[in-house]
Design a protein around this ligand. Structure first.
Ligand SMILES: *[C@@H]1O[C@H](CO)[C@@H](O)[C@H](O)[C@H]1NC(C)=O
Ligand SMILES: *[C@@H]1O[C@H](CO)[C@@H](O)[C@H](O)[C@H]1NC(C)=O
Ligand SMILES: *[C@@H]1O[C@H](CO)[C@@H](O)[C@H](O)[C@H]1NC(C)=O
Ligand SMILES: *[C@@H]1O[C@H](CO)[C@@H](O)[C@H](O)[C@H]1NC(C)=O
Ligand SMILES: *[C@H]1O[C@H](CO)[C@@H](O)[C@H](O)[C@H]1NC(C)=O
Length: 317
């Protein structure tokens, strides 16, 4: 491979960034390690997951999958009983100091992932709906990333259940060929959503998160949420971003097809096509990610202080 001096420069930045986080040997008191010599080192793969989590948050905003609301998470690569997601902040504004390590068991905050001086109750308030993530990670051990968004394009299909959302194109196999299942809080028993509880459609506890996780079907990686948005599961954080973006595109394409006179049952990919395009899509994620990471770098609004402007790594979480 031909390596230009420019690439050496970027590699140097990445390397020194990792050194800083892994060894904690900088003399910046703001780093938050009262005792850097004894600070637990952050595994390199956790740093890389953090880099991808920030890029994911920024890219999802750039691509208008999320707005001020919505959140994405990644299972902790060093401990599958935990996951990383930001505390309650708009995804576009996420930095390393917004990333929290949470328990899969109960969505309780362990501490800031990249600041060992902020632990437990000192962690700023998390998203009320972090149970979407904890319960999906709990139910599906193979799932390594989760996205929740209010993407407007998918809402007609969450609300008009007579028209199931199906995969319309080769970039959206995550939708599946049988119709994305719809989660409707009105169908929940009193034991999950009592009359006395808020009926604001939010997934505010383990019971609601569990009911949502149980709505996934084998043929789809997304659950549409009536009057609310969607939840997407994936095998990596880059894939959950790719899926989220193309689920949004898929909904637009299907709605346009309906306007042209198509309808129910909706025409889309068949099972064989879904299976095969899902295999191919995995090989396309990296190319899309490189472009999207460059776009958020140039946009001026987003700060990935873990990656510091260096090119994203070829493989990700
Ligand atoms: C870590 O958290 C402490 C306490 O909030 C803060 O003073 C410090 O600036 C943080 N460290 C970094 C690197 O932001
Ligand atoms: C990440 O690092 C931890 C600690 O070194 C290791 O146990 C784990 O297997 C690594 N995970 C991945 C996905 O490489
Ligand atoms: C993994 O996370 C669980 C839950 O926080 C914790 O009890 C356990 O000690 C962790 N394991 C390691 C190896 O850090
Ligand atoms: C949450 O789960 C963790 C890991 O199982 C456990 O150690 C902790 O006590 C639980 N916290 C609460 C508040 O239930
Ligand atoms: C789908 O099938 C697999 C194995 O057959 C199972 O483990 C999984 O939980 C099923 N359900 C969903 C919703 O993915």
């Amino acid at each position: 491979m031909h390596i230009t001096p420019h690439k050496y420069f970027l590699a140097g930045i990445i390397f020194s960034g990792f050194q800083l986080l892994v060894t904690g040997k900088d003399d910046d008191p703001g780093k938050g390690n009262d005792n850097p010599g004894k600070a637990k080192p952050i595994p390199t793969n956790v740093t890389q997951a953090g880099i991808d989590l920030l890029d994911a948050s920024h890219i999802l905003h750039f691509l208008e999958v999320v707005d001020a609301f919505g959140h994405v998470s990644v299972r902790n690569p060093a401990n599958s009983s935990q996951f990383l997601m930001t505390f309650a902040i708009a995804p576009a504004q996420a930095t390393s100091q917004s990333i929290v390590t949470y328990e899969v068991d109960n969505a309780t905050a362990v501490g800031l992932t990249f600041n060992s001086s902020v632990v437990g109750s000192a962690v700023p308030t998390g998203f009320a709906e972090r149970y979407i993530h904890s319960e999906i990670f709990k139910k599906f051990p193979d799932v390594l990333a989760v996205l929740h968004s209010h993407t407007q394009e998918i809402l007609p299909f969450a609300n008009q259940v007579s028209v199931p959302l199906v995969a319309q194109m080769h970039t959206a196999p995550s939708v599946g060929d049988e119709g994305a299942p719809v989660f409707d809080v009105r169908t929940l028993p009193q034991s999950v959503l009592p009359d006395s509880a808020l009926h604001d459609l939010l997934i505010r506890n383990e019971a609601l998160g569990d009911a949502l996780a149980n709505t996934f079907s084998n043929s789809s990686q997304v659950v549409l949420m009536r009057g609310h948005g969607m939840a997407v599961r994936a095998a990596s954080i880059r894939e959950v971003v790719f899926s989220g973006y193309y689920i949004k595109q898929d909904a637009t394409v299907q709605l346009q097809g309906i306007l042209l006179g198509g309808g129910t049952p909706a025409l889309g990919l068949n099972q064989r096509e879904v299976t095969d395009t899902a295999t191919t899509a995995k090989t396309l994620v990296g190319r899309a990610w490189s472009l999207w990471a460059l776009q958020v770098d140039k946009a001026g609004l987003y700060v990935n202080d873990l990656r510091k402007g260096a090119a994203p790594s070829a493989t990700g979480f």
